[in-house]
Design a protein around this ligand. Sequence first.
Ligand code: PEP
Ligand code: MN
Length: 455
Amino acid sequence: MSQQTAQSVSPSALELDSYRELQAKQQPPWSNLAFVQEIATELAAQPPLVFAGEVDRLRERLASAARGEAFLLQGGDCAETFEAATADKIRDRVKTLLQMAVVLTYGASMPVIKVGRMAGQFAKPRSSETETRDGITLPAYRGDIVNGYDFTPESRAADPSRMLRGYHVSSSTLNLIRAFTQGGFADLRQVHAWNQGFISNTANQRYETLAAEIDRALRFMEACGVESAALNQTEFYVSHEALLLDYERPLARIDSRTGAPYGTSGHMLWIGERTREIDGAHVELLSKLRNPIGVKLGPTATVDDAMRLVEKLDPEREPGRLTFITRMGAEKIRDVLPPLLAGVRDAGATPLWVTDPMHGNGITTANGYKTRRFDDVMNELLGFFEAHREVGTFPGGVHIELTGDDVTECLGGSENIEEATLATRYESLCDPRLNHMQSLELAFLVAEELKKRGQ
Ligand code: PEP
Ligand code: MN
């Protein structure tokens, strides 16, 4: 393959191609494979987006979460778009995650690891290959890194050059994230001041009490003279579903220092519910990379499925290597999660367990909107904590689809978004996201829960 440059003829690099023999689900129907190869070669020549040292540090952070000493907050769009990768929108998403993190840190009394679904969350698995509107059938939209959302044959054709654009948009997104989180924007006192703005908007007594406690804690820290980079800067990592293998493979690199292969498209990569077959291409490729790996587990996942994934992705049982992101649905979680947690624990594995309370709770309204109820999301979250309490395992984090914008995509919350309101500002091209306010409310409610557990 021409993408194998001098550095990648080492045995490890050749091993990285083993996935090519296996079935890869959810890949685009490319029409010009020579062009795909040309783009892959070009991607392989680009600098890495993330670095081995950062990836290793995140693995250590996640290891502490798996031990019950930290909590993971992972969130962002269902599908990022090229058009929405603007400074304002990126800032507002980062801001939302920082605001949530402060509240959760206080609630959990432990460090919160911040990981965006950002700078690469472009490829989407679809339940159908095609979409039909008014009798016209076209290929399904697979995310901006594959094709366009507009419903025309030109736009829906899979275009390999979008992978290169995806790389560049990820690069500029990451650049801005690094600037925001290192350059003073993330100052704890400022983030808290934003939260106070949120409280005065909701006028909810419940949140006021917690915010007042955080306020006192911050004043105390200031009075003690805590004035370091610890207040002013923060670690922030990026993650996405490693779905599009023609993008992920050229960005997999051999670290010059250690000779180990890393996925350099994002710090943490995850495998979705639809592509987690044990003998599939996705599990194979990610099994070769040193990054922390997430795997989504839906309600049909068995202990056996989970343990095969452990064997394949984390044979050494390395702390922080493997995260199971469960997405069971509010109705099912209390039945299906406890036996899964107990079975995996009894088999000797200690993955990080995180809840995705979004993907098991989708509904379609009578007026045709794909949405989720805030109450169902909260219910699954509470079920997650209950399940861990019952089994004695650690609820290590949350994985949320959210935006910093005031969209109207999910029902409920204290603004009480109703079905009729969804049309006002529904912008997601895929799944509905919690808006800025709903995200903060969720953080306050989870913080209350964490605080209860700590008492
Ligand atoms: C997603 O995270 O957007 C997604 C498609 O999730 P899942 O693989 O859990 O369905
Ligand atoms: Mn989604």
